[in-house]
Design a protein around this ligand. Structure first.
Ligand SMILES: [Zn+2]
Length: 318
């Protein structure tokens, strides 16, 4: 299946194909977009780097193309977060690094694919940095992510960033759908209720949802480390492990919160909200990133959106 048959992201495919044609192969590419799309493009690029038949393109039929597609090519390594905590572990990275430093069995270019690269925690990213700084020759790293902002600046600066066009409507999860229903109810429906009460209404429901998410994440991570294992550790070790789990649970929580806030922003866009309302959401995201008081920041943001956004109401009744 050559480039031209890839269903989406024509600009990205064109960019990669031109890089191949011109022999301008950066050693690390950061593909930023929806998971399914970045995976499809990473696979295509890996095939195009090694296809035995089609120069700069890929046939999808030769031994190299089919082995890559089947995940059994000896010179193509891939890793993804496997543990229940959905983190990429340093040991996995070490394994991948070891394999890329081995002599290629048959590939022209060895490829290492890091799915959900943002699942590397800071320690893992720092461990990986050395390889990014001094990559082995004829090796290409493909880092795939939906959330490049989770990566360290030092990692980002060593990758060539390829932004994908935002996908069509990604399916909403139950919480995103619930949040939209509340937005409809509190922000868009005509109401005699004064704006501050409506802002408080939606902020408190949203906070309730966030609290549940936080508890779920903490329970998930606690379950990974059972009581028996906990008992077997020295107090200092136990404390360190618990702190690390808390940090991971918190990171997962923030990820979900970001996803929900993006949902609010999409909702506002769909409603034709004025720039002032959109600006309030950006302000909110910034304030929360600086650890602002969550309840207060949410109330203020929703109140400001209500005050900025008569359009929300009109869009609803039109
Ligand atoms: Zn081929």
């Amino acid at each position: 299946m050559p480039w031209r048959d890839l269903p989406s992201q024509p600009l990205v495919c064109d960019l990669l194909q031109r890089a191949l044609k011109n022999g301008r192969l950066h050693h690390a590419w950061l593909l930023c977009g929806e998971e399914a799309e970045t995976e499809a493009v990473a696979l295509a690029f890996t095939q195009a780097l090694n296809c035995e038949k089609a120069p700069d393109d890929f046939c999808g039929k030769c031994a190299s193309c089919t082995d890559i597609a089947a995940g059994r090519h000896p010179d193509v390594g891939a890793l993804r977060a496997v543990s229940k905590s959905r983190q990429i572990r340093i040991t996995q990275l070490r394994e991948l690094e070891r394999s890329v430093y081995l002599k290629a069995a048959r590939a022209a270019v060895k490829v290492a694919i890091l799915h959900t690269a943002d699942r590397m925690n800071e320690a893992a990213q720092n461990a990986f940095l050395k390889t990014l700084e001094e990559p082995p020759p004829k090796t290409v790293f493909l880092l795939l992510t939906e959330e490049p902002q989770q990566l360290l600046e030092t990692v980002l600066s060593r990758c060539l960033r390829v932004p994908f066009r935002p996908g069509a409507d990604r399916p909403k999860n139950a919480r995103e759908a619930q949040l939209e229903a509340w937005l409809d109810e509190f922000l868009a429906r005509p109401s005699e209720i004064p704006a501050p009460f409506r802002a408080f209404g939606i902020a408190s429901r949203f906070l309730g949802m966030l609290k549940t998410i936080k508890e779920e994440k903490q329970a998930e991570f606690a379950a990974e480390f059972d009581e028996a294992a906990r008992e077997s550790l020295e107090p200092a070790q136990r404390k360190a492990v618990e702190e690390q789990m808390d940090a991971q649970a918190q990171a997962e929580y923030l990820r979900e919160r970001t996803r929900l806030l993006k949902g609010v922003l999409r909702w506002l866009h769909r409603r034709g909200a004025p720039p002032a309302a959109l600006f309030q959401m950006e302000q909110l995201a910034r304030a929360l990133a600086r650890n602002a008081n969550e309840p207060l920041a949410l109330e203020v943001a929703f109140l400001s959106i209500l005050e900025a956004g008569g359009n929300l109401h009109r869009a609803n009744t039109a």
